[in-house]
Design a protein around this ligand. Structure first.
Ligand code: IVH
Length: 691
């Protein structure tokens, strides 16, 4: 394949087959290594194969699957999605990188039309951001979302309906709909959410995703919709594929229709009368690239008149009526000067690269993360190396690889420090962790700073106006020394600080005040216990109802919470048993923070489904998964994501897949929509025999 095609994001058959081969080989060795404890190849050889796979997947994100060895740790899980043939093929786009290439495109179009005796006159163009995500197709039959599919090879994609259904920006039902309409768009992960997700992965010892696109691709193709739901994916819709009972004369009409019917359509899509205006708009987007909450890698330019689309047709797998104006890349190579270690919120020591400053995607980068010890080891990055640095939006720049062929003689492997760089305490290296840890939980200034930063952050207590710089300053000035001190701050104290006027001080005090109303699950997340991300915090709050109940629980009891394994359960119990941590919780409680669920957030006691666990799968005729879940909870039941022997009931709608099979295999009672109503009404079916 040509480089052009590779750049257009079209998977090459060669890459695809090598990827498949590498996965098979790696999976074979993973089983030998993890399950049989009997490896056949050296770690170095394994790393080499792994790096090759990572590299190929980086070039072909469409081919990333949830079961790829790069997307998980440990032994393979079997993932399979049913194939979906696209009624209208999902095409890719030709690229233009310069002004000349864009003008040449317009000339080609004109010539092509003239040869067909069509005089286009003035051509109208539409420009749209080229979202750097994964193309999807959403089929609506009589207004109801019935299928979500990936692009695949453009002809046949994969059925990822269950995962798509978990995305908030995808309407499940549309009004005034034709009998059939297939909406196309791009799934992506907002940059801020990507950063958070990666942090959690790194904390959990999983390999970091290289960029939001790879993580979106990995997420949408996970086996477990519950896991997909934990990734805050979003969709921008930009077109229409198959349709019946409706026609559009122009692309701008399509865009209007999508907007009117509740789809998320980028508000900055614009219409232009000349290629000169189009070019201005391309530069306008390039300037804004850094300020956006999502990644774009260019601008898509489309001809507005759909009549002309039909005249122009396609050249291979690319339509002649559209082109992508691509931005310059966001990777650069530079010299790694030194590797430094920073202590994180939970005491983890994180390696950092100090770089010879380099321009990447429009900004100068001089620091980049190396994630953790294992990642560092796997990538074999050393001080003095030429390294490849990637910068994606606002996300912390990262070193993705070293160029060993350019390695200076004598460059040595980095050695993780034996003492905490922030407080000097001797570190510990748990066997099951990819980090060394500073055990000085309540006294290490590095940890305290990070902990406060997490506590006030957007997904936690969300105290606007208390950013990183303010936190550092308040610590330095002795105004606070832990998170509870925030609630004792007084306006006069703030006003006494340089550059803190009456207004900003007043605003900050009001923000702090407001945060006292944050519901318990988020307070629990804000506490920053090891292994307790926002999803786990929700599950723990749901399971225990209050911090006191969680405090009293032993690890075995905590482990009964959805999504909590034995390691995290032990860590939670240990953290809360720690005197310093518990004293802090008590002070926050005294400051009025919500340390229990409000009455209406609780699962009622004595409901018909008390003590029962229900799994929902497939599409129910009149309820979304969330609505059905809320019904079960109101009746006192618990909703979980996967079927096990502990599951009491599986409610299966249309196109229920592997969960239904598993339920049948395990002999779990399966109910339909009607059965769900019976459950809620308290008419529980008899227990299956032999259980
Ligand atoms: S139009 C036939 N519009 O770019 C036209 N695609 O390289 C193809 N993409 O597979 C789709 N933003 O995944 C279109 N505003 C946009 C887009 C967009 C991102 C992706 C899409 C497509 C790839 C083609």
């Amino acid at each position: 394949m040509s480089e052009e095609e590779a750049a257009a994001g079209e998977p090459s058959p060669d890459d695809a087959s090598r990827i498949a081969e590498l996965r098979e080989v790696l999976n074979h060795h993973i089983v030998l290594y993890y399950e049989k404890d009997d490896p056949e190849i050296s770690d170095e050889e394994y790393d080499r194969l792994f790096a090759e796979l990572q590299e190929l997947e980086g070039r072909n994100p469409e081919l990333i699957t949830g079961d790829s060895p790069t997307q998980r740790v440990g032994a393979p899980a079997s993932t399979s999605f049913a194939p979906v043939r696209h009624a209208v093929p999902m095409l890719s786009l030709a690229n233009a990188r310069t002004e000349e290439e864009l003008t040449a495109w317009e000339n080609r179009i004109r010539n092509h039309l003239l040869r067909r005796d069509v005089d286009p006159g003035e051509i109208t163009f539409v420009t749209e951001p080229k979202i750097d995500g994964l193309a999807i197709s959403l089929t609506y039959e009589n207004g109801r979302l019935t299928k979500g599919a990936t692009r695949g090879d453009g002809q046949v994609g994969e059925d990822v309906t269950l995962n798509i259904e978990t995305i908030r920006t995808v309407p499940k039902q549309i009004d005034d709909a034709p009998p059939l309409i297939e909406v196309r768009g791009e799934v992506y992960l907002p940059i801020a959410d990507f950063a958070e997700l990666n942090q959690k992965r790194v904390d959990a010892g999983l390999p970091a995703f290289a960029n939001p696109r790879n993580s979106a691709a990995g997420s949408i193709r996970q086996n477990d919709p519950k896991a997909a739901a934990e990734r805050p994916l979003a969709v921008w819709s930009y077109g229409i594929g198959a349709m019946d009972g409706i026609r559009f004369a122009s692309h701008s009409e399509e865009i209007e229709w999508l907007r009117d019917h509740g789809f998320h359509v980028n508000p900055d899509i614009a219409v232009h009368d000349s290629i000169g205006e189009v070019l201005d708009r391309c530069h306008w987007w390039l300037d804004r690239r850094e300020d956006l909450d999502f990644e774009i890698d260019g601008v898509v330019v489309k001809i507005d008149d759909i009549g002309l689309w039909n005249e122009l047709g396609n050249a291979g797998r690319e339509p002649r009526w559209a082109i992508a104006w691509k931005f310059p890349p966001t990777t650069a190579t530079t010299k790694l000067l030194e590797i430094e270690w920073n202590v994180g919120r939970t005491g983890h020591l994180v390696p950092w690269a100090k770089l010879d400053p380099v321009r990447v995607g429009g900004v100068t980068v001089s620091n980049a993360t190396l994630h953790n010890e294992e990642d560092l080891e796997r990538k074999d990055v050393r001080a003095g190396d030429e390294v490849v640095v990637l910068r994606a939006g606002d996300v912390i720049p990262q070193v993705i690889s070293a160029l060993p062929q350019k390695r200076p003689k004598g460059a040595r492997k980095p050695v993780p420090p034996k003492e905490c760089p922030a407080c000097g305490t001797e570190v510990i290296k748990p066997e099951d962790s990819v980090f060394s840890i500073c055990p000085n939980r309540s006294g290490c200034p590095g940890q305290i700073f990070q902990h406060i930063k997490h506590f006030v952050s957007r997904g936690a207590m969300d105290i606007e106006g208390l950013g990183e710089k303010q936190v550092a300053r308040f610590l330095e000035e002795g105004l606070i020394s832990d998170v509870a001190d925030i609630y004792a701050l007084r306006q006069e104290q703030l006003e006494a600080l340089d550059r803190m006027g009456e207004t900003s001080s007043g605003n900050l005090i009001a923000e702090i005040e407001k945060s006292r109303e944050i519901p318990f699950p988020r307070v629990l997340y804000a506490l920053g216990l090891i292994g307790v991300g926002s999803v786990t915090a929700e599950a723990l709050a749901d399971e225990f109802g209050s911090i006191d109940a969680l405090h009293e629980a032993d690890p075995e009891r905590i482990e009964q919470t959805e999504g909590v394994g034995p390691v995290i359960a032990r860590q939670i119990a240990e953290s809360l048993a720690d005197e310093g941590t518990w004293a802090l919780v008590e002070r926050l409680k005294a400051a009025g923070l919500k340390m229990e669920l409000a009455e209406d957030e609780r699962r009622p006691e004595g409901g018909p489904l008390e003590g029962k666990t229900v799994v929902l799968t497939g599409t129910l005729p009149d309820l979304t998964r969330d609505e059905a879940g809320a019904m079960v909870k109101r009746a006192g039941g618990k909703v979980t994501g996967s079927v096990s022997k502990k599951t009491d009931f599986v409610v299966a709608g249309e196109s229920a897949g592997s969960k239904l099979e598993k339920a049948e295999k395990l002999g779990v009672t399966v109910l339909d929509r009607e059965g769900l109503d019976q459950l809620i009404a308290g008419n529980l079916p008899p227990e299956p025999e032999g259980d």
